[in-house]
Design a protein around this ligand. Structure first.
Ligand SMILES: C[S@@+](CC[C@H](N)C(=O)[O-])C[C@H]1O[C@@H](n2cnc3c(N)ncnc32)[C@H](O)[C@@H]1O
Length: 329
C-alpha cells in the first residue's frame, strides 16, 4: 500500500514525540482544525497560528496531503520519464508535504523552497525536514510570504497543494498566474465538488497564461464533465500510523485521500491518450472503463477476446492512463 516514505513517517513520529504534546491535546487541536477547514477558512486569518495547531496539522493531515501530491506528481513523472527537475517552489507549503513528495518522485531534486505565512508550520516543517533522507528536503529554504502579489523565483516545479480555499479570489488568481513561470505547475485540492471547481479555475488560468495541460486531462480543451452534476477526482490510499489512527479515532489502518489536481507545463508535454476517471468495473471476462480522452468522456468495455488489452485492463486502476483499445459506447 503506498504510504508515507519511511523517513517522513519516522520524522513525524520523532518530532511529535519530542514536542511531548499529550495525545488528547493534539486530538482536540486536530478536531478544531478539522471544524475550521469544514466551515471554510477566513482568508484574512492564519489557521496554523500556534505550534500545537501546526503539530496537529502535521499529524492529522500531512500524511494524506503528502500521499495525494505523490500520486499526482507520479502521474506527471510517468508521462515524461526523462524529466529530471532540480528545483521546486512549494507555495503555501506549510509543513512541507509537497517538498517531500517531489523529492520522492524525482530524486534529481536539488533545491526546495517553501513559501508560507505560518511561522509555526514552517518551524515544524524545518524540524521534520532535518530528518529527511533527501538532501534537497534537508536543505529546504523556508520563507515567510503572504500570498497575493507573490513573485516566484525561477523554478522547474511549482506546487500549490490544499491552499486555494484559504485564499481570497484575487490571491488565488495571482498565485496561480505566478506559477505559470515554472516549467511545471501542479495544483492539488481536496477531491470534493468545491475542490474540483477551484482546480478548474486554476486550469483555466494556467491555459490562459500559455501553459499546456499535462494531467489528469489528456488535452487542454474544455473539461467534458457536466458542471454541477459530477466532478473529476482521484484517490490515494495511505497507511495510517498508530498516532494517526488515535487522532482520528479510526479503526482502519488505512485511508483513501480523495483529491483533484491539474498539472500544466510551459512547453508541450507528452500526455496520455485517455485517463481512467472512475474505479474500473471488473466482472468475469469483462472490464468496464470510464475514460476521459480527447473526444470527451466514453465508457469502454474490454473483453477477454482481446487478451492483451484485457490483461492490461485488469491491472488498471482509477486515475491511470489508458493507452490500449476496447469497445467504446
Ligand atoms: C491546508 S494547509 C496545506 C499545507 C501543505 N501545502 C500541504 O499540502 O500539506 C494550507 C497552507 O497554506 C498556507 N496559507 C494559507 N493562506 C496563505 C497566505 N495568504 N499566504 C501564505 N500562506 C498561506 C497556510 O499557512 C498553510 O500552511
Amino acid at each position: 500500500m503506498p504510504s508515507l516514505s519511511d523517513a517522513l513517517d519516522r520524522a513525524l513520529a520523532d518530532a511529535l514525540a519530542e514536542a511531548r504534546y499529550p495525545t488528547k491535546r493534539l486530538a482536540d487541536s486536530a478536531q478544531a482544525l478539522s471544524h475550521r477547514y469544514r466551515a471554510g477558512v477566513d482568508p484574512t486569518s492564519v489557521v496554523l497560528d500556534a505550534d500545537i495547531a501546526a503539530a496537529a496539522y502535521a499529524a492529522y493531515r500531512m500524511p494524506a496531503t503528502h500521499a495525494a501530491v505523490v500520486a499526482a506528481l507520479s502521474e506527471v513523472a510517468a508521462l515524461a520519464p526523462d524529466f529530471a527537475p532540480r528545483t521546486v517552489v512549494d507555495i503555501g507549503g506549510g509543513t512541507g508535504a509537497a517538498v517531500w513528495a517531489a523529492a520522492r518522485v524525482w530524486p534529481s531534486l536539488a533545491e526546495a523552497t517553501v513559501l508560507d505565512h505560518s511561522a509555526q508550520a514552517m518551524s515544524l516543517g524545518r524540524r521534520l525536514a532535518e530528518r529527511a533522507d533527501s538532501e534537497a528536503v534537508r536543505r529546504t529554504r523556508w520563507q515567510r510570504a503572504s500570498l497575493g502579489n507573490t513573485e516566484l523565483p525561477p523554478t522547474d516545479i511549482a506546487t500549490l497543494s490544499y491552499v486555494l480555499s484559504e485564499l481570497t479570489e484575487k490571491a488565488r488568481g495571482s498565485t496561480v498566474r505566478a506559477m505559470a513561470g515554472a516549467t511545471l505547475a501542479v495544483v492539488i485540492e481536496p477531491g470534493t465538488p468545491a475542490g474540483y471547481e477551484r482546480v478548474m479555475a486554476a486550469r483555466d488560468e494556467l491555459i490562459a497564461a500559455g501553459m499546456h495541460v499535462v494531467a489528469p486531462c489528456p488535452h487542454s480543451g474544455t473539461c467534458p464533465i457536466p458542471r454541477g452534476q459530477d466532478w473529476c477526482h482521484f484517490a490515494a490510499r495511505l497507511g495510517r500510523s498508530a498516532l494517526h489512527q488515535r487522532l482520528k479515532t479510526a479503526t482502519l489502518n488505512f485511508e483513501d485521500e480523495k483529491f483533484a489536481y491539474v498539472a500544466a507545463a510551459r512547453e508541450p508535454w507528452p500526455t496520455a491518450p485517455a485517463r481512467v476517471v472512475r474505479h474500473p468495473l471488473k466482472r468475469k471476462g469483462l472490464v468496464s472503463l470510464r475514460l476521459c480522452g480527447a473526444d470527451g468522456l466514453a465508457d469502454s468495455i474490454v473483453s477477454k477476446r482481446d487478451p492483451a488489452a484485457y490483461r492490461t485492463a485488469r491491472d488498471t486502476s482509477w486515475g491511470d492512463p489508458w493507452v490500449t483499445g476496447g469497445n467504446d459506447r
